[in-house]
Design a protein around this ligand. Structure first.
Ligand SMILES: [Zn+2]
Ligand SMILES: [Zn+2]
Length: 248
């Protein structure tokens, strides 16, 4: 178990270091990575510990067992090859993420999500700044979908590394376009606009892995330079931090 945690952590950090180097070479905008680093180290650690605790108690011990026993699809779906089940599960989970994120961006769930939107300097590591409630809510759609398609807990551990890498990717300060695939997959610039304080960027670009949900449901806004470099980050007062960290 401990060896697995160390291996997962090393892989995630290794990918973070790789993104860091890409950011140095092709930045989207001028970002001061040191500005809030100490704050983020402290509060991301605290939030992660809370989520780890909640995940183990609520999800591993109760919800996942229930889902595994009750939510698996008919036998024929479980006979599909792993790559197909994983693809379907991620598509379904990502749709659920889109819906959950859209709900969190409006009242009354905004209180769970505001902490993430307080990031002023967006780069790969800063994207981890989320309240504990936020982290928990966005895990649920993926978890349900993965269980529904019969993905085992060991396979989920690998998926979790992949989803952490996606989080680094979408928050990377890296000027990377995927060409026509921009209409299918999220790029760093696309998600950066979601964090913009500009009025016309409000309520746009909610997706996590796939951008097609935003195009499909009319919430996509095209990448443009002025929005990418626009001001970001709600102010969180000192006395608000503890509440924001939990997300209540
Ligand atoms: Zn948001
Ligand atoms: Zn974000």
């Amino acid at each position: 178990m401990v060896a697995q945690w160390i291996l997962s952590g090393s892989l995630i950090l290794g990918f973070g270091a790789f993104v860091h180097l890409i950011e140095n070479r092709i930045p989207l905008e001028q970002v001061n990575r040191k500005r809030d680093f100490a704050f983020d180290i402290l509060f991301i650690t605290l939030s992660s510990l809370m989520v780890a605790g909640m995940t183990i108690v609520l999800l591993d011990e109760f919800v996942m067992t229930w889902l595994n026993e009750n939510l698996q699809f008919q036998q024929y779906i479980l006979t599909l090859p792993l790559y197909l089940r994983l693809t379907f599960a991620l598509i379904l989970g990502d749709l659920g993420y889109y819906v959950a994120h859209r709900m969190m961006d409006t009242a009354p769930l905004w209180r769970t999500h505001k902490f993430h939107h307080s990031i002023r300097e967006i780069y790969w590591f800063s994207g981890l700044r989320t309240s504990a409630m936020n982290s928990l809510i966005i895990r649920i759609p993926y978890l349900i979908a993965l269980c529904a398609f019969g993905i085992t807990q060991q396979e989920m551990a690998v998926v979790a590394i992949g989803l952490a890498a996606v989080n680094f990717w979408v928050h990377a300060n890296a000027n990377i376009s995927l060409g026509r695939l921009n209409y299918l997959f999220i790029t760093p610039a696309f998600h950066r606009i979601h964090h913009s304080m500009e009025a016309r960027a409000e309520g746009t670009n909610f997706g996590h892995i796939l951008s097609c949900w935003d195009y499909l449901f009319g919430t996509a806004i095209q990448v443009e330079e002025t929005l990418v470099v626009s001001e970001k980050g709600f102010t969180i007062e000192r006395e608000e931090v503890a509440r924001q960290l939990i997300g209540i």
